[in-house]
Design a protein around this ligand. Structure first.
Ligand code: CA2
Length: 145
């Protein structure tokens, strides 16, 4: 069974350690456990990088090896046409995920390139929302057959 790729972009390795009012106190290691608990039999590839190149290479890997992609691209959401182009090459379902509600924040956080490819966009559910994203992805994969 092909895995769900859960890809996290820059600075998310610091989750739970800074700005708890916006991002909460859950660490990225705890987020991974939440995702593993939600994914059941479906394997996951849970990763984080601060590098745009690495993130794009992981999307390329998912094109060959992955069933679906859940991606929190962090700041690359708003800057990376290269990431959008890579995601457009992926045939399976894509969920764009943000811990905070980016639309409640400053205007620079309102225009997402990744949303132009995402099948669903989730924002503002906190770190626990990753589990909801995994459940939604499992449903999307069943629906696609
Ligand atoms: O809410 C999200 O998940 C974000 O994708 C997080 C990004 C931010 O650039 C997006 O606008 C929304 C990264 C925020 C900076 O990283 C931190 C990580 C942990 C603690 C504080 C900041």
């Amino acid at each position: 069974m092909k895995p769900i790729y859960i890809l996290n972009g820059p600075n998310l390795n610091r989750l739970g350690k800074r700005e708890p009012a916006i991002y909460g106190t859950t660490t990225l290691a705890e987020v991974e456990q939440i995702c593993r608990a939600a994914s059941g039999d479906r394997p996951i590839e849970f990763r984080q990088t601060n590098s745009e190149e690495t993130l794009i290479n992981w999307v390329h890997e998912a094109i060959d090896e992955g069933a679906g992609i859940i991606i929190n691209p962090a700041a690359f959401t708003f800057t990376s046409l290269a990431l959008l182009d890579a995601l457009k090459m992926f045939d399976g379902p894509v969920i764009e995920f943000h811990i905070s509600n980016i639309h409640k924040r400053e205007p620079i956080y309102h225009r997402s390139y990744v949303s132009m490819r995402a099948d669903a966009v989730m924002a503002g559910l906190g770190a626990e929302g990753y589990g909801t994203a995994v459940a939604a992805m499992l449903k999307m994969l069943v629906q696609r057959g």
